[in-house]
Design a protein around this ligand. Structure first.
Ligand code: C5P
Length: 232
């Protein structure tokens, strides 16, 4: 079984669009991420159908609520057969532990990762919500919380990957969005790295959306990015 590092973000408005894109890609070279837009619009059936096409699915719902509610949502997500699921580390230690215990109860345990600080947040945004640390310090302390609660890893910016890899060593998964091939448009991403740079910084999995899904030939771009990260 292959272990593709690339996770294509299927940020689509409908199930039909998501399945059409999935058919232009291949599970040999990528996994797929279903986020809030698609999940809210299409419902859990889209996850079933992507799995039926042979894909591993990362369900990116960034769950954040009281521990009991998050635990129950995690159990339900695990029953969908997703490969990876995430929660928001700002939900705190008890919520993170409850999430971990919930996925352990299922028959097929998905990987459980924690979102730290969104890459869209600036230092000022973080200060505005009353957090006094720098984004890098805040990410590190949230990653520690995730690790202590038994999560498999975190979602972070490629900029933070090297420091987290140094602190946590191999085996703690680092999933990084904000990745752009050298010749691609930045879209609304600001602090980006190329796929090869992100892997060199210690990223295990790269989330890439529009550079692949917005291309005339998504399959070809996926192949190119796959080649760029193979053997880094
Ligand atoms: O199209 P693009 O490559 O920018 O897509 C990146 C994906 O990663 C989107 O689905 C976005 O919601 C997600 N993401 C992100 N930054 C984070 C967390 C998730 O861009 N910090």
């Amino acid at each position: 079984m292959t272990d593709p590092r690339i996770i294509v973000a299927l940020d689509c408005a409908t199930e039909q669009q998501a399945l059409a894109m999935a058919r232009r890609l291949t599970p040999d070279l990528c996994r797929l991420k279903v986020g809030l837009e698609l999940f809210v619009a299409a419902g859990p059936g889209v996850v079933d159908r992507l799995i039926a096409l042979g894909y591993d699915v990362f369900l990116d719902l960034k769950l954040h609520d009281i521990p009991n509610t998050v635990a129950r949502a995690c159990e339900a997500a695990a029953r969908l057969g997703v490969w990876m699921l995430n929660v928001h580390t700002l939900g705190g230690s008890r919520m993170l532990r409850a999430a971990r215990e919930a996925v352990d109860r299922g028959q097929q345990r998905p990987l459980l990762t924690g979102v730290t600080i969104l890459t869209s947040h600036s230092q000022q945004d973080i200060a505005d919500i009353g957090l006094s640390a720098t984004p890098a310090e805040q990410v590190a302390s949230l990653a520690r919380l995730a690790r202590q609660a038994g999560l498999d890893g975190v979602v972070c910016s490629p900029r933070e990957a090297a420091a987290l890899r140094r602190e946590f060593g191999a085996g703690f998964l680092l999933v990084t969005p904000g990745v752009r091939p050298a010749d691609a448009a930045l879209d609304d991403q600001r602090r980006v790295m190329t796929p090869a740079e992100a892997v060199a910084q210690g990223a295990d999995y790269l989330v890439i959306g529009r550079p692949v899904t917005g291309a005339d030939n998504p399959g070809k771009v996926l192949e190119r990015v796959h080649e760029q990260v193979t053997g880094v």
